[in-house]
Design a binder for this molecule. Structure first.
Ligand code: NAP
Length: 268
């Protein structure tokens, strides 16, 4: 039974101070949404909020929080359960380790899992309660083409994104009849500055393989309106995703051996 209030135009975006999350913030502010922005670095978050307020004259709130921690997740869960209500959640914050599983510290692997998987689960759960009661709302979980079962030797990033895609598709199916949408957005390589900041050499990645953040956001929001459960921006990555879904695993493993030494990057 829903209370049939109209969908609130207020979005909460995690990892909103840089990259794909910041592009979501710009696009939604331009479209008239109020925003709640989440990231760890409070100074950078405030600067992002101030710039958006100046440009679009919208109400922008911030929650500085580390979503790989219990306290960070709890702070954002409290806001998702509170009034005024949130009409859209974008679970965007995510990391990779840029080191192989055997060389990484198990604490870092656990941190990746808490941010890429547990925080997505907790915040989706917190958002869906009020959305289902109202009978409207949307959750976009930023996954990756790497989540289509690409075996990346020694990396746990693709496993975490495989979880995000499957989770979003499964939950999206179950809440669609209740008026609520959950969608996995699965970009390929996207220019966000992440790789430069992490000191990852991307010189071997061809120019045509890079997506623009604004295009990823545009296509994601278009697919959400169409009611898709999984969105793969750009025809080239749609083709790649289709191949990854249908190629024999043996061939995939052979191809992915080439990524050895470039393991675990965001977007791999
Ligand atoms: P980015 O440019 O590195 O930005 C990451 C954002 O997340 C920043 O705002 C960062 O701010 C925040 N963040 C990082 N760790 C956090 C934590 N523990 N708690 C809260 N916020 C945190 O990343 P991006 O390239 O835009 O990637 C965004 C998402 O897209 C990720 O889920 C990534 O896996 C996915 N993706 C990226 C690519 C690509 O090629 N870029 C491709 C496919 C999928 P603070 O550092 O201040 O916390």
């Amino acid at each position: 039974m829903t209370d049939e209030r109209p969908a609130p135009r207020r979005a909460l975006i995690t990892g909103a101070s840089l990259g794909i999350g910041a592009a979501f913030a710009r696009r939604l502010a331009a479209d008239g949404w109020e925003l709640i922005l989440v990231a760890r670095d409070a100074g950078r978050l405030e600067a992002t909020a101030a710039e958006l307020t100046r440009r679009y004259e919208r109400r922008i709130d911030t929650i500085p929080a580390d979503l790989s921690t219990d306290d960070g997740c709890a702070a954002v869960e409290r806001r998702l359960a509170a009034e005024p209500p949130v009409g859209m959640l974008v679970n965007n914050a995510g990391i990779s380790l840029n080191t192989s599983f055997v060389r990484s510290a198990v604490e870092d692997e656990a941190r990746l899992l808490r941010l890429n998987v547990l925080a997505v689960l907790r915040l989706t759960h917190a958002a869906l309660g009020p959305m289902v009661r109202r009978g409207n709302g949307a959750v976009i979980n930023i996954s990756s083409v790497a989540g289509f079962g690409v075996p990346m030797p020694g990396s746990t990033y693709s496993a975490s994104k495989a979880w995000v895609t499957n989770f979003s598709e499964s939950i999206g199916q179950s809440v669609a009849p209740l008026g609520v949408r959950v969608m996995a957005l699965c970009p390929g390589y996207t220019r966000t500055g992440y790789h430069e900041r992490a000191g990852i050499d991307m010189s071997r990645t061809r120019a045509w393989m890079w997506l623009r953040t604004d295009d990823v956001v545009d296509e994601g929001l278009r697919d959400l309106r169409k009611g898709k459960l999984v969105s793969v921006p750009s025809w080239k990555y749609k083709l790649a995703a289709a191949g990854l879904r249908h190629l024999p695993r043996r061939l995939l493993r052979g191809a992915s051996r080439d990524t050895r030494g470039r393991i675990g990057r965001v977007g791999d």
